[in-house]
Design a protein around this ligand. Structure first.
Ligand SMILES: *Cc1c(COP(=O)(O)O)cnc(C)c1O
Length: 392
């Protein structure tokens, strides 16, 4: 387990760097979130949604063919089997439920590829909350199916038409909407990023992943895994998978970043590998930026990893040498996705394929047991797979 200090710092990383107009609102959230989410009443409701709505616990599957191929024991944590197809729903339901407990009347969020937008719109439909999702105009064009899903779920999708018309512009619009009506509005953030208390809160909601892994391994007669491997965009599925193993030095924790076309090409999203310390979206962490602090436009074939920052928890764990950071290129992720599909009959999300690609990069011993967090399913990536593998 890992918690920040009361100002939201993990070592020197984190904090809450926000516009003055939001002080009151964020302060209210900081004061209330622990009291609410640790209460018996909240936990009973939340856990029952996780079980009967999301479909938890998700299986821990021993991938026999993959294991045989690599000569080690590989377990897949099947977050791809969650309702809506990825781990994001664990957090979305937690935060929308928290908003209800706080007496908020509407939900806003921003989304890039649309996965967080869909998870939030789903939680809002479930819990009867009005929902507005901000999305860059360019992303709306690129991600039509997710826009349709959000609309069908009853959300208002508002295009952000400034700047590059992508995620960061949608974030600006969402923050503007929050400032206009902070008292009634709850802003759902989709990863372990943003000002304190969001990173802590999202990590707590996603920590169910490692809690289950630990129990499931013990049921199968294993005390601890030698490795837990996960991809990192903002870092929520990774911290969820690492959380209950952080204090056990036997388990090596591997975070896999998106190298894009390669870490030396500028078309990359390998934040820790290339980044420098800076402030983005309300917290201090590693960022991909130039010497004078300009944020680079990141690149990855997987939309969910295409983010120039990373959660402050991961920057801290990296500096503490508690996590090891690897990267996988677009090409390596595509090969790993096809390999899993052919060996196990599971089509993974492109994000998750980055974690799978790490199997080729680590010098395992034969008796090692490895858990890979399969953060999502590949349905949303079929267009990309079709273009790359050129199926008719
Ligand atoms: C959004 C997403 C990610 C990246 O987000 P994290 O916060 O780093 O987990 C990874 N995998 C899938 C399937 C996603 O949808």
């Amino acid at each position: 387990m890992i918690r920040p200090d009361k100002h939201g710092y993990y070592g020197e990383f984190g904090g809450a760097f926000i516009p003055e107009m939001l002080f009151q609102n964020v302060y209210e959230l900081q004061q209330q979130y622990e009291k609410i989410i640790f209460s018996d009443d909240f936990q009973r409701t939340y856990q029952s949604y996780l079980k009967d709505y999301v479909g938890r616990p998700t299986p821990l599957y021993e991938a026999q063919n993959l294991s045989q191929h690599y000569g080690v024991k590989v377990w897949l944590k099947r977050e791809d089997l969650c309702h809506t197809g990825a781990h994001k729903i664990n957090n979305a339901i937690g935060q929308v439920l928290l908003a209800k407990y706080m007496g908020k009347q509407r939900i806003i969020a921003e989304t890039g590829a649309g996965q967080h937008g869909v998870a939030t719109a789903t939680a809002c439909a479930l819990l009867n909350m009005p929902c507005q999702i901000f999305m860059g105009e360019k992303d709306i064009e690129r991600q039509k199916l997710n826009v349709l899903r959000m609309k069908m779920l009853g959300a208002i999708v508002t295009p952000a038409s400034s700047g590059s018309k992508t995620l960061k512009d949608a974030t600006n619009e969402a923050i503007r909407a929050w400032i206009q009506d902070p008292q009634h509005t709850y802003y759902v953030i989709g990863s372990v990023v943003g000002p304190h208390p969001y990173p802590d809160m999202v990590a707590l909601f996603q920590s169910i992943i490692s809690q289950e892994i630990k129990t499931q391994l013990q049921e199968k007669g294993y005390q601890y895994p030698n490795y837990v491997i996960a991809c990192v965009g903002g870092g929520s599925n990774a911290i969820g998978a690492f959380y209950h193993f952080i204090h056990n030095p036997i388990t090596q924790l591997i975070a896999v970043e998106a190298a894009g076309e390669g870490i030396h090409t500028h078309k990359t999203a390998a934040t820790i590998t290339l980044g420098k310390k800076g402030i983005l979206h309300g917290s201090l962490s590693y960022l991909i930026q130039s010497d004078d602090g300009q944020i680079f436009e990141p690149h990855s074939i997987s939309a969910g990893l295409d983010y120039p920052g990373i959660g402050p928890i991961h920057s801290f764990l990296y500096e503490q040498k508690r996590i090891q950071v690897l990267s996988a290129t677009d090409q390596e992720a595509l090969e790993a996705a096809l390999e899993l599909t052919r060996l196990e009959g599971i089509i993974p999300a492109l994000e998750s394929a980055h974690a799978l690609a790490a199997l080729k990069k680590i010098p395992f011993q034969q008796n090692h047991s490895i858990v890979i967090n399969l953060s999502g399913r590949g349905d949303k990536d079929m267009n990309t797979y079709q273009n790359v593998f050129s199926y008719e």
